[in-house]
Design a protein around this ligand. Sequence first.
Ligand SMILES: [Mg+2]
Length: 327
Amino acid sequence: MTSPGEFELIQRHVLKSLSGERDGYDRFACADAGVELGPGDDGALLVPTPGHRLVVSTDTSNVDVHFPADAPAHAIGHRALAVNLSDLAAMGATPRWFTLALTLPEADTAWVDAFAEGLHALAHRHGIALVGGDITRGPLSIAITVMGEVPIGQALMRHGGADGDHLLLTGPLGGANAGLKAWQRGERDCKTSALAAYLYPVPRTRLGERLRTCANAAIDLSDGLWADLSHLCRASGLGAELSVPDSAYAPSLASLDANERSQAFWHGGDDYELLVSVAPARLGEAHQAAAALGHELIYIGKLSAHTNAIDGGPDNPGGWRHFGETS
Ligand SMILES: [Mg+2]
C-alpha cells in the first residue's frame, strides 16, 4: 500500500512524465494545436476550427479486463490511446485533443515513464495533444477522452449504409486475437506480428479522414466483425450478404484449427481496422484513397435490403443468420 506522501510524489512524477518534461516531448508541438490554455488551470481552452463539428469519444481500459496485468507499460499506454483514436477514425475525424484520467495502484516511476512513452509516441504520430488529466489511486485503469474534428456534413456514421453498398475492411482480421492467445500461452516477444497486433494496434485515422468523403457508413472493429457488422446493419436498417475471401484472415491465423480460426476472425475483436460501406459509384475513389496511404481495401460482401440478417457469416456460411433487434 502506498502512503499519501508517496502518492503525492508519484503524482508529481506522473504529471512531469505526461507533460513530456522527462523525454523532451512537446505535446503542443503538432502544428496548429488549437490550445489557447493548456493544463494548469481548472480547464483547458480549446479553439475548434470554424466550419467543423467536434467529435468526442471516451473509452476506459481496466487491468485484467481490457489488458493483462503483466502487459508492458509502454504497450498499455499505446493501446489505451489507440482504442480511442480508432473511434475518431471510424467517424472520419481528424484527431485534435485528449484528456486522461489515470488510476494507479502504486508509486512505480519506471512503470509510469514507460507508459507515458508509449502514450506520447502514438499521440505525436497522430497529431493529438494532451490538454488535461487527473491522477487517482486504485486498481490500474486508464480513461481517455479524445476530441477530433470533421467538416460539417462529412462525419461517417453507422446509419449511413445503403442497399447494395460494398462492405470493405481496411485490413485483415483476427491477428489481435491470435496475439492475445499467444500472450496467454506465455509468449513475450512483442516484436512478433501476432503480439504486436494485440499490444500495438494501429488506429486508421488517416484512412478514416480520406474515406469520409466517399464512404456512406463506417464502424471500427473493436468487438469483432460479427458484432460490429451487426451494429452497422442495424443502424442502417439493412442486412448483409457476405463472401469473405481468404485475404481477410490475418496470416497469423494460419496455424490455428478451423474452429479457432473462425472464432478469432468473427468474434475475436481488438483489431481496430475499419469496416466501411461504399456505394458502387464511389468504389474507385475509395480504393484510390486507400492506395494513396499504402492500404488495400478488402471486399467482404454487400449491404442488402434483407433486414436484421447476415448471409455468409460464421457457423452457417450457406444461410441467413439473424442478429436480432438488439445487441
Ligand atoms: Mg467504436
